[in-house]
Design a protein around this ligand. Structure first.
Ligand code: SF4
Length: 358
């Protein structure tokens, strides 16, 4: 057993040797650039790597650099984010590109990056270390988990933010300052592929010799972070079609990150000529909310609810031109697939982040 506190160089070596061989060939690693680092870091917030990969590739084809992104229309930017959820990230990335293009001199420190839209302490540390080689440690849930297990830290934290703050000094202490970008990426990779939240793969762990939780059998109890109680939510939605069109609700421009996007309307927004008939039920989770959405086929009046000007009849052939919120595109695709008489629009297939998204 090699306690981390007295064996930092050995820990760094074991981690870096493993990372050199085991790292996944992700596109922002095989073809690195400042822009690709920034986009990948913002996309990876709240989204798993395997989910974001096709989005990243598509994004790079459409917006290959800061200049192209800065000049793009907002609708186009959101359209390329559709399905990833947490659209504030897309809006911030767009604002960031505009600010970056206009800035002189360009930001080159963690502090300067942190002043840009959408860049918090974690992302600024990632950009500073990966793109500029600056010696600063990234600390997120993955890093907290690894460090809490390595040190078998039994402290209880009220939430992730408190845990990140508590483990930041240790993260800085073990950082490989000669190669901080690779060290940080190696920690993230270890958390994503080996030191998993559930069932960590200790038998193949490159730093098992340094892990006190593994020695004591307490890995599954570390870190100790209090979770909010689950809140259950039920939503009824309407499915109304007529003449090759689908009735959708456009979310108001003042409603934050979902502004301007479309979704299936809530059942009570629609006036129906006949009793509603349930055709599907979907469950998803957003943070500590468990949301069950029931979709009802209705025969809507010509305008839906005449008093509701947020409802729109959208031609099915135009569905691929609008931005749909959360997993609504997938639900719509699924239900349309059950309906043989439609003129099938050319919809992209998206891997929705059902457990994270909205
Ligand atoms: Fe995580 Fe297990 Fe490795 Fe410890 S030995 S760091 S618990 S994977």
């Amino acid at each position: 057993m090699k306690p981390l506190a007295t064996n930092k160089p050995g820990f760094r070596n074991a981690l870096s040797q493993w990372y050199a061989k085991a790292q996944r060939p992700l596109p922002w690693r095989t073809e690195p650039s400042l822009y690709r680092t920034v986009v990948s870091e913002l996309m990876a917030q709240q989204t798993q790597i395997k989910t974001m990969l096709p989005y990243f590739e598509r994004w790079m084809r459409r917006f290959p650099d800061f200049e192209t992104l800065a000049a793009a229309p907002a609708g186009d930017v959101l359209k390329h984010w559709e399905g990833l959820g947490y659209y504030t990230r897309a809006r911030n990335l767009h604002k960031l590109a505009k600010a970056y293009v206009a800035m002189e001199p360009k930001p080159e420190t963690r502090e300067a990056w942190q002043a840009l839209p959408g860049i918090g302490p974690y992302t600024s540390a990632a950009i500073a270390s990966i793109a500029y080689g600056l010696p600063t440690a990234v600390v997120d849930g993955n890093v907290v988990r690894i460090l809490a297990r390595l040190t078998d830290d039994s402290r209880s934290f009220k939430g992730n933010a408190e845990a990140v703050k508590a483990f930041s000094p240790l993260a800085e202490a073990v950082l490989d300052t000669r190669n901080p970008g690779d060290h940080n990426q190696a920690m993230m990779e270890l958390g994503a592929t080996v030191c998993l939240k559930n069932k960590p793969l200790c038998t193949v762990c490159p730093v098992v010799d340094f892990c006190q939780a593994r020695r004591r059998g307490t890995q599954d109890e570390r870190p100790r972070i209090e979770r909010k109680a689950t809140v259950k939510v039920e939503i009824d939605r309407a499915w109304a079609r007529r003449d090759g069109q689908l009735l959708l609700h456009r979310i108001s421009e003042s409603s934050g990150q979902l502004a301007g996007q479309y979704e299936l309307p809530k059942l009570d927004q629609v006036e129906s000529l006949k009793p509603a008939r349930r055709i599907a039920s979907k469950t998803r989770a957003i943070t500590h909310h468990r949301i069950r959405e029931h979709i009802y086929a209705v025969e809507a009046t010509a305008t839906g609810n005449p008093g509701n000007n947020s409802l729109h009849w959208v031609p099915l052939k135009d569905l691929d031109r609008i931005t749909l919120s959360g997993p609504h595109r997938r639900w719509i695709e699924e239900i349309l697939d059950w309906t043989p008489d439609r003129q099938r629009p050319n919809l992209p297939t998206h891997a929705e982040t059902e457990n994270l998204d909205r």
